[in-house]
Each structure stands twice: as structure tokens, then as C-alpha cells.
Design a binder for this molecule. Sequence first.
Ligand SMILES: NC(=O)c1ccc[n+]([C@@H]2O[C@H](COP(=O)([O-])OP(=O)(O)OC[C@H]3O[C@@H](n4cnc5c(N)ncnc54)[C@H](O)[C@@H]3O)[C@@H](O)[C@H]2O)c1
Length: 311
Amino acid sequence: MDVSLEGKVALVTGCGPNIGSGIALALARYGAKVAVNDVSKESVDACIARIERNGGTAMAAPGDVTDEETVKGYIGDVLAAWGKIDILVNNAALLGGRGVLDETAEAFHRAVTVSSMGTFLNTKHVGRSMAERGVKGSIVCVSSSNGWNGSAGVCAYAFHKGGVNNFVRAAAMDLAPYGIRVNSFTPTAPNPDNPELLAQWKREGRTPFGLRPGAAGGLGAPEGSDEWRRPARFDGPRNPMVPMGTTGTPTDIGHAVAWLCSDYARLITGIDLVVDGGARAKNFAYVPAAPADLAGPLPLITLDSTLLPGD
Ligand SMILES: NC(=O)c1ccc[n+]([C@@H]2O[C@H](COP(=O)([O-])OP(=O)(O)OC[C@H]3O[C@@H](n4cnc5c(N)ncnc54)[C@H](O)[C@@H]3O)[C@@H](O)[C@H]2O)c1
């Protein structure tokens, strides 16, 4: 009983080198042909190359997810090339942002537009292609832990990810009569594991992000010198906050999304799937043990056979 997406066609939006590329690679490794979207040509090319060097099949579906003609255009290209779309992953988004006292109207508007219009337009036009062809497909919208609870410094992001969560439930109802499923997947600060991205960061002397106990500043850090400002986040040393010691990697996300898009999940619709080592389930007052004191999870089943330069 192996999970297989053999014979299926997928479209993944926002295939930057972190989570989008990880999900696209996973769908390809599980057997789907994958169309790769992004506004960045570099990201599209890199994601296709990553899929192909790992033995998969990919095509470009470039363009801005907020523009309806563009969305219809690249969906039409995928349908012309491969005849159908069984899987859509709405992953494109603008991360980061500022707190409510400092966010600009322009940045708020653009972040909400990319998430809302991108998710809506791709769901609408891929959903129509599925309904017209009798494809009992799977649509996954990528949420965030910020869609479920609050962090300082990300008010636009929190607004649109919260919107994604309830869009999923509404779209699940709209598409259930066609046998089409709509779910969300919530990443929680995964540790990037794309070998190319890690190599690039190493060259640039950048520390991989993810959860950094004790990191100073960060989300909601005070900015400006106004006397009335108060810090919105404790920036001293922190104990680890994740019960299993890690929130995982884009590869963990890829395995879970691939399964959610497989025929085994045929009756799963309108839910949120989260892979986070227990982070969201944790009671606010419970502080887990230090990672060194934990047994740790099972070893990761890797999906990218690419070796880092020098390996
Ligand atoms: N990285 C995290 O810690 C984290 C945590 C929770 C949720 N997420 C979610 O996971 C998803 C991917 O995150 P990531 O870390 O890989 O981010 P990322 O910024 O590396 O990737 C997002 C991609 O979306 C693309 N994009 C932006 N606007 C677009 C548009 N208008 N049309 C097409 N593409 C567009 C960007 O070019 C980029 O490649 C996002 O939905 C994000 O909100 C990330």
C-alpha cells in the first residue's frame, strides 16, 4: 500500500526555493506531473530543474496569481499540455510585514491581494476545469500558524491567512458536489532543507531561519524612537516551545500534502492539516523540555537526492 500520485497533474503556485519548491518536488517524487508557478522566472526555472534532476516531470506556468487573465492563461497552457489538473496547491504569498501601528496601506493591500485573489482565482479556474472534466481533484491552500493565533508585527499576514482558513471551508462546500476536495495545510516555521537554498545562504554567510530560541528582536520588535512605544515581544532567552523539539522541514510538508492529495484522502475536505511537532496543540502555559532531553522524531525520509557542493 504505497501512496502514489502516478497519472495525476498538479499546479503549485509560488514555487520559491523554500516551501513551494518543497511541495512541488514532493508531488513529483510521488508521481505527479507538476506545473510550476511564480512571478519570479528564476524561481520557476530553479524549481523545474530541481524536479527534473530528481527524476520528475515539470513545466512552467509563470505569472502573477492576482491577474485573472494571467491565471486563465497558465491554467490553459497546463490543460493544453497535459489535458487536466488533479491537484492545485495555492502557496503564493507575501511573508513578513509590520504591526498594526506601522503597516502601510499599500503593503497591507498588496499582501491581502496576493493571498486572497491568488487563492480565489486559481481555485475558481482550476475548480471549473475539474468540474467540466469530472476530475475529482484536491485543492490545498497554504495557511500559516499566524492564521490561527496571534504574533506581533504581521497584521496583514494574519488577516489574509485567517481568511484562507475560512475560504477553505466555504470552497469545500461549493466543490463537494463535484467530488472535489478543498483543505488547508498549515506550515509552522519549517527549517529550510532545499540543498540549493542552503548552499546559497552558506555562500552569503546567512543563518538559516526557522525557530531560534533566544533570538533578539524579530516579529513585533520595537521600532522608531517614539517615547510611547512599548516592545511587543519578549526578546530575551527563551526555552524551546515545540513539544517534539522541531517543526520539521518543507520535506515533511511535502509528504503530508502528497498524502492529502492522494486517493487515500478521498473523503477529507474542509480540514486543516498541520505538521509542527505539536506546536499548535500546546497549552500556552506548558513549556516543553529542552531538545537535548527529547527522544526526537523518527528520521526524515528525504526527497531531494541533490548533494550540496563539497559533499
Ligand atoms: N516560511 C515559513 O516559515 C512559513 C510559515 C508558515 C506559512 N508559510 C507559508 O508557506 C508559503 C510559502 O512560504 P515560503 O517560506 O516558501 O515563502 P517564499 O517567499 O519563499 O515563497 C513565496 C513565493 O510566492 C511568490 N509570489 C509572491 N507573489 C506572487 C504573485 N503575485 N504571483 C505568483 N507568485 C508570487 C514569491 O515570488 C515566492 O517565490 C506561503 O503561503 C507562506 O505564507 C511559510
